[in-house]
Design a protein. Structure first.
Length: 194
């Protein structure tokens, strides 16, 4: 018999919360779920921050070791970029692991992600999703971040995420779908309860 309750939750405040929940097949919640949760996805806005309720409840929630993803939104303006917001999340909640970095078009719009494990680029411009190899310039630009990720995963790879030991941060721009497939990749690492 299939599970009648979706134990995958989306928390946080954002005007696109319902859209994100639909795209990632998540249940919207206002509170951290109990121990029955398979995975929790938290919204952190580079413009509006993280809700105080999430900050207040974070420590007791994380004691349950529920796999957790932080979606970072609203970094397009450039005032606070994805890397800056990841550091802010690290100070307000706990340090996060960032498997992707954002690449910008000449006009400054976030249009691609570079995977720090394999250095492949996923380009989201022109309403298409295209995988491509990165240039040596990109590889040099992200080398320190790729080394940091390698060190973070040295102990147990992404199984640490599955066990709720590390938190992953993913940049998301709903308009061009940047980051949504990457978030789904991490959701797919978590086995569904039947």
């Amino acid at each position: 018999m299939p599970n009648l309750i979706n134990a995958r939750y989306l928390l946080g405040e954002h005007s696109l919360k319902a859209q994100i929940a639909d795209h990632l097949a998540l249940t919207i919640s206002d509170d951290f779920p109990d121990a029955t949760a398979e995975v929790v996805v938290v919204i952190a806005s580079a413009k509006d921050g993280i809700s105080q309720k999430l900050v207040n409840d974070w420590t007791s929630f994380r004691e349950r070791y529920v796999p957790t993803i932080v979606l970072i939104l609203d970094f397009e303006s450039g005032e606070v970029d994805f890397e800056d917001m990841s550091a802010i999340v690290g100070k307000m909640l706990e340090p996060v692991v960032t498997p992707y970095l954002v690449l910008h078009a000449d006009n400054g719009d976030p249009t691609a992600l570079i995977n720090l494990e394999n250095l492949k680029i996923t380009n989201y411009s022109n309403n298409q999703i295209v995988q491509q190899d990165s240039d040596p310039e990109h590889q040099e630009l992200v080398a320190d971040f790729a080394d940091e990720l390698k060190v973070a995963l040295q102990e147990g790879g992404w199984e640490q995420f599955v066990q709720g030991l590390i938190v992953t941060a993913i940049p998301v721009v709903v308009e061009n779908k940047l980051g949504l497939a990457e978030a789904k990749r991490f959701l797919d690492l978590i086995p569904r309860r039947s």
